[in-house]
Design a protein around this ligand. Structure first.
Ligand code: GLN
Length: 497
């Protein structure tokens, strides 16, 4: 499967039809998804029908058509798409078919993208490995014995293995960036409020952000620009125009177009901060080494590098693991066996609630509901929830202070490359530690972009994270794109594809 930008070119030149592109994706899914289990649902017939309509539109359109017309997309199964089931990786929503489509998906469909299917996720997006999915784990395309990361592991694996050129995920504490890093693809957690949450099944409403995965910064930017923007159906979404202020021309494999490279790779005047709190002991040495090498490449391209400090970083983990479960405990109250999905019958209304929730929620979701309910209960609210909110403000201020001095922050995405399936077994704390470098961006609401910067000795991808000012995704794309013009890590493909 081509990258999105390559597919665009082939479509525009008439060298491939959308039907052929979609059929190619469906063939790849049939050939590889038995091993990967990236998809929970695929609707080939409807996709091919939409592909034919896209081809027809391209033929008959007098005007230049949308650059995304006829390009396949996969959607994480916590985002609703009319006509497809939405399970959220949970048995409590088995068989549920939502009667509407999320705004972000609707916008991409309006731009011509074709939703092929729904991808695997940790139950209600709670996890860092997809091992919490009630429907089985997704395997990392680079090493099938390892996790793809999570919770948007299905989407990341699908893009990495070349099943689709782009996919949507959601990021509440790292669920787009960490799987992007583990699978060697590019993934964006947008600014909170930049992409509508309408139609995203809520986990932590003050943290949740839908965002795209692709093979390169250019591909991710193309999808992002079509899905973002104010939506009257999400009161927290904001109206801030998004514009790329630099060319996103892809380097052609045969014959680099010098002019594009020159304009795109000049990072003169860009200031990048390296937070000392993100290079701590316990981080896999090769991860640190690859990230530091990538920072040097940015420097060679003209960027200025400064050491900075985000002093409250160590509190991000405890703060997140109070606030996210607190919000989840309220959001998940709606799953009661009456309104959505299957029901376990009981003697009374309360008994139905009790039995349905008790039997259908998995262990991690149950743990979070209990933690969150406790943190919100009378007598404990101030000590836990209230305190966590105050520390969240301090974390936010750390970022404000740093972004007064630099344009972006560069750091690792996760302390390690992809771990083995089962490695964290019954140790939820070890799993939570995977998120140390990604949680702060969600607490502060700032955007974060993850992209590959090399491989460790086991041949597993290593990712770097760039964080930016609120609503300045363009700065992150500019940096990552410049890096991808002079390196090839993002073009590497796993053996399985
Ligand atoms: N791993 C984190 C959690 O389990 C983040 C998940 C996410 O971003 N959805 O909550």
């Amino acid at each position: 499967m081509e990258t999105l930008t390559e597919a665009q070119k082939l479509l525009q030149r008439g060298e491939i039809s959308s039907r052929e592109l979609t059929q190619q994706a469906l063939n790849q899914i049939s050939a590889l998804d038995g091993k990967l289990h990236a998809f929970l649902h695929v609707d080939g017939d409807s996709a091919l029908e939409q592909a034919d309509a896209a081809d027809q539109k391209r033929k008959s359109a007098p005007e230049p058509v949308s650059p995304l017309l006829g390009i396949p997309l996969a959607v994480k199964d916590v985002i609703v798409v009319e006509g497809m089931p939405c399970t959220c990786g949970s048995r409590i929503l088995q068989g549920y078919r939502p009667p509407f489509t999320a705004t972000a998906v609707k916008r991409l469909q309006a731009a011509g993208m074709i939703v092929l299917g729904k991808t695997n996720t940790d139950e209600f997006a709670m996890g860092s490995s997809t091992e919490n999915s009630a429907y089985g784990v997704t395997h990392n395309p680079w090493d099938l014995t390892r996790v793809p990361g999570g919770s948007s592991g299905g989407s990341a694996a699908a893009v990495a293995a070349g099943l689709v050129p782009a996919a949507l995920g959601t990021d509440t504490g790292g669920s787009i960036r960490q799987p992007a890093s583990f699978c060697g693809v590019t993934g964006l957690k947008p600014t909170y409020g930049r992409v509508s949450r309408y139609g995203l099944v809520a986990y932590g409403s003050s943290l949740d952000c839908p965002g795209p995965f692709g093979r390169s910064a250019a591909d991710v930017a193309a999808v992002f620009s079509a899905m973002q923007g104010r939506d009257p159906l999400d009161a927290t979404s904001q109206d801030v125009p998004f514009a790329m202020n630099f060319p996103l021309a892809h380097r052609e494999r045969a014959g680099v177009r010098e002019k594009d490279v020159e304009t795109a790779t000049t990072l003169q005047g860009v200031k990048i901060g390296i937070p000392k709190e993100y290079f701590i002991s316990g981080i896999q040495p090769e991860v640190e080494e690859k990230v530091r090498t990538a920072i040097l490449s940015l420097k060679e391209l003209g960027a200025e590098i400064h050491e900075v400090s985000l002093p409250h970083t160590e509190y991000a983990l405890p703060v997140y693991y109070l606030l996210a479960p607190a919000e989840a405990s309220a959001n998940l109250a709606r799953f009661d066996g009456v309104r959505y999905g299957p029901r376990v019958e009981g003697d009374s209304m309360w008994d139905v609630f009790y039995k349905t929730r008790g039997e259908k929620f998995g262990d991690e979701v149950t743990r979070r509901i209990m933690l969150g309910t406790y943190a919100l209960s009378a007598g404990y609210y101030d000590a836990f929830y209230g305190q966590a909110q105050k520390v969240r403000t301090l974390i936010k201020r750390d970022f404000e202070q740093v972004f007064a001095k630099v344009d972006a922050i560069a750091c690792p995405v996760a302390p390690t490359a992809a771990f083995k399936i089962g490695a964290h077994g019954d140790d939820p704390l070890a799993m939570y530690l995977e998120d140390v470098f990604t949680l702060p961006a969600n607490l502060a609401g700032v955007p974060g972009l993850a992209f590959p910067v090399g491989f460790d000795q086991a041949g597993l991808p290593v990712g770097m994270q760039l964080m930016g000012r609120h609503f300045d995704e363009a700065a992150l794309f500019r940096l990552a794109h410049a890096y991808q013009q002079v390196t090839d890590w993002h073009l590497a493909k796993p053996g399985i594809s």
